[in-house]
Design a protein around this ligand. Sequence first.
Ligand SMILES: Cc1ncc(COP(=O)(O)O)c(C=O)c1O
Length: 369
Amino acid sequence: MNVYLDYAATSPIREEVLKKMLPCLREEFGNPDSLHACGRRAAYLVTEARDKIAAVLGVRAREIYFTSGGTEADNWAVRSLAAGAPFAVSSIEHAAVIEAAKMRGEHALLPVDGAGRATLAGAEEALEGGAKLLALMAVNNETGVVQPVEAVYRAAHERGALLFCDGVQAGRSCNLKALTKCCDALSLSAHKLGGPKGTGLLWVRSGVKLAPLIAGGEQERALRGGTLNTAGIVGMAEALFLAQKEREEFSAHTRRLRDLFEAHILAALGGEARIDGAEAERAPNLLHITFARGGEWLLSALDLHGVCCSGGAACSAHAARPSHVLLAMGRSEEAAKRGVRFSFGGETTEKEAVFAAETAVGLLRAREE
Ligand SMILES: Cc1ncc(COP(=O)(O)O)c(C=O)c1O
């Protein structure tokens, strides 16, 4: 049996999404910036997609900037919002935010508690220190821990600062319309939601100044040049629409399988397995476990036995480095290398969840002997 439990890394494209995308690659292949009829039809499809996304997010269409994915949107926001002013990012952000912050310059790191939740006190300290931009993700991509975005947003606004939120892992289970009410900018990525890879967006509230990212074209209000990816944009609009429409059903399904998986592991391994972030509110589709006897060997063994999962973020999954998220939660370097992330999708079945849990238990028991 082969089981895919790495939906937080990427998800298969949905049929409904592909169906919307194919005509954009065939008949409606025009450049949306061309003035002739072929281009105008493509431009209409982009406008329709932008309007659809705006309705899903509860924002204005002209506040949406299409990008090549979550990484680009994160880089853009971190490097250009409140340009020149002091800023801070949470210590558990995705590498796209952490590395972009390093490129921008000196900054503070917002601490998290033992459950992997950013603390309000940490955000307040950064704001008191003069930070004019804070970055805090909605859902952590390793532990699935839901972050206190609303409280941090209020604290930031009281002091005239902006909040940028990476919403890449939140699109399946969180209400994005509510999320855009408590941040100034939000990044999203289509491929985490059953959409195509290489497509994302940055939403920036009207009135917030955004510096240009790519010169060379008038696209995206002349801030990000380059021919628009019509098929990707149309696909993302459909994926986002469906993900938000099916949010509750998806959450109930993945929560049931996640809990089943978790119960199986805990019943068999007890104290040998630690559910990371268990004390906090977690997104239902992500599960991170630190195994007492875990490590890189476990990921390889699971793979050999047909279970695809990861040690943390997919982009750093090959590095035998400790997880910066677990380190920020106060774990030792050694413990921070023993975690495994299992992430569930709408397609995951109970049989698959049980098979994967039993496989992990079997491998860990065999290691003990
Ligand atoms: C929280 C978070 N932000 C950003 C990204 C990057 O998104 P993309 O793969 O679209 O570049 C990811 C992907 O793993 C993520 O989990």
